[in-house]
Design a binder for this molecule. Structure first.
Ligand code: ZN
Length: 71
């Protein structure tokens, strides 16, 4: 018995999302605004990763603790 020959299905290719860096910006008026904080040590272009209660620079490790607003 010959094996069933299935039509070769093209592998579903996921459309690449906008590359990471562009998602960090937000269009606002006549310019773009960075959504995330930039690292004060590394300067503009180096965004800090937001965690639950702190933001951390992935480049130099600078950490800023975010204090919850007093109620
Ligand atoms: Zn940094």
């Amino acid at each position: 018995m010959a094996a069933d020959k299935k039509p070769a299905a093209a592998p579903a290719k996921k459309k690449a999302a906008a590359s990471g860096r562009f998602q960090l910006y937000e269009k606002s008026g006549n310019g773009v605004k960075a959504k995330n904080r930039v690292c004060p040590k590394c300067g503009p272009g180096f965004f800090m990763g937001a965690h639950k209660n702190r933001i951390v620079c992935g480049k130099c490790g600078y950490t800023e603790i975010l204090t919850a607003p007093a109620k």
